[in-house]
Design a protein around this ligand. Sequence first.
Ligand code: FAD
Ligand code: NAD
Length: 363
Amino acid sequence: EKKGLASSAQDLSPSYDWFQTDSLITIVIYTKQKDMNADLVIVDCQDKQLRGEIIMDDHSYLVEIDLDHAVSEDVAVNIAERVGKVEIILKKKDNVHWKNLGRPSEGHNTFIKRTDRGLFYRKCKLVSKTEVTHDTKLFCLMLPKGTHLRVPTGQHVYLKHIIAGTEVVKPYTPVLPFLPLDFQEDGVHIYLMIKIYSHGLFTQALDHLQIGDYISVSNPEGNFKKSQVQTSEDLLLLAGGTGFTPMVKLLNFALTEVSCLRTAKLIFFNKTEDDILWRNQLEQLALKDERFEVQFILSQPSKDWVGKQGKISPSLLSEFVKRSRRDSKVLICICGPAPFTEQGVQYLKDLGYSQEEIHAFTA
Ligand code: FAD
Ligand code: NAD
């Protein structure tokens, strides 16, 4: 009986093979999973080190090899989505015959829980830094040539930097370079919208990076699933400050790819008018796409603010969080300072929204 169990676990586990031509090395991974896609494949090849990770639900399959010979920086990744086959194609530096693929590392050919797989970091180059508001900047990082990595909607990455001799790690949520929709990501650049705090440990160090400097970026993480929004008719986004960042890709995805979507509404909480991120772009979007609406709510407005004011409260939520129809399928996403998110979730539940209708972005 034990033997039967072991072999069925083995049947589920991906496997790999490799072959070569005069100029190429192809590593083929058979995931045995039908709905493979580019978001689930992370490849890093640098010098002679090859690392390929395949994400399969809460598991991770790893190919990690110290290659026998040098390869060029260009790495191609082909995914046969329907049969679940992933090919990693490397270019030989010298057209010699390889006797073997190389020396496997300890984690090579393992299929384990994602949480048991340590985060992998690669160094990315800072290519631009542009002002968004008085204290928030858009950082554009470039992945190395040998890296294939997409950050899925709703997920974040970790940045790692050595500050005063100590490794410091903080999470950030990639956005798009701008809002006008139907933006196709190039797979090379990662955009991060980051608020610089005057006494912030990490953001001060980030702010001091020069164009051309390098910073380590991890594999993506997070428990948001695209399928949650794929069937939504009403999408409600509650954001506080930089809690806006996960909403960017989410909005882009919903407005471009969710055909049943009827309304998308962003309720954006900030301290002052000057703190509102991408205000102009959001207002333009609302004009262009009649499904989208934005509401700004300020907690410390100046005297001239004629819009809504206050902090998240049951009365503000009951005023702005509504279904477009009585039986609409709704998804409410919330992100911001921890007390904002916690209170918001509680108020939404008090208003009768169920656990399944609410997604909170947290640490
Ligand atoms: P810290 O040194 O930690 O301090 C930040 C500021 O808060 C300072 O002014 C400090 O004086 C003050 N402070 C520190 N601790 C407290 C406290 N307990 N009470 C009151 N004040 C305090 N941020 C973004 O800008 N963009 C993002 O896309 C983004 N994504 C995130 C995704 C996730 C999943 C999470 C959990 C956080 C995200 N953050 C994001 C926040 C980010 O990770 C950092 O927390 C932030 O950049 C501050 O880091 P820091 O080291 O500069 O600040
Ligand atoms: P901020 O201090 O400028 O506050 C923005 C608004 O949030 C305020 O105007 C207020 O309406 C509300 N708010 C703030 N503190 C509150 C409180 N104690 N109770 C109720 N409402 C409150 O915000 P910021 O400096 O931009 O910070 C954004 C926060 O979002 C950070 O804590 C960051 O870690 C978090 N964040 C989390 C994620 C995530 O978990 N995925 C992603 C991005 C940002």
